[in-house]
Design a protein. Sequence first.
Length: 273
Amino acid sequence: MTLSGADIAQLLSAHGLKPSRALGQNFVTDPNTVRRIARLSGAGPGSDVLEIGAGLGSLTLALAETGARVVAVETDRHLFPVLRSVVEGAGVETIQGDALELDLAALLDERSPGPWSLVANLPYNMATPLVLRTLVEVPTVAQLLVMVQREVGERMDAGAGEDAYGAVSVRIAYFARAEVVGRVPASVFLPRPRVESVLVRLERRPEPAVDPALVSYERLNAVVRAGFAQRRKMLRRSLAGVVDPGAFERAGVRPDARAEELDVAAWGRLAAL
């Protein structure tokens, strides 16, 4: 049993609530959509799922329907009691807090050694920070399925040479393989957003794409951010003072190349030198 649009409208009215623009709240009102998301997440009997931004619990209930163990996090303290009343009968554990501030690694380790899946409907300003923080700090999360604004999803999924390719694409590729696996029409949300949404699945690599013994993620991140900060410039200029001039030849990278031409392996070789 999931929530219909009428159910969501009734819950909001009964508790005197409105979707918060400040928190980027857009509730999914279509049961078929939340069940599709649950299916794409791979949730099932015996699996452990962390849901971020559970809202009123529509997707939460769909995840619980699969037989998965679900821990749902919601930051809105006004919405949280309603969420708890909706999902408590489905055996879901609820936590009130900001996912960007909670110690997610400790929270999950206390409950299960994993692997965990993370599922989330994320507002624009939270999507990239949460995904990257999870990949960097929460190794027990082996897979993520996130619903994000289309432009954000395309950046997560992009490869070298593509228009959407940027620093975020490289930083994600270091940890995971990302793929846009579906689109979500604006018509299934309350309120209806002005942007298109996509579903992005990220599968954590068994090992980072660049050997951490050769270059740390922190070093790679610093070089990549410097390179893309002035993406129209040749790398020998945008990386002046960040990478030794002799490193380009040793890394097999043209000094006149632009940032968007390098894949994660090439960035790793350059950062290592």
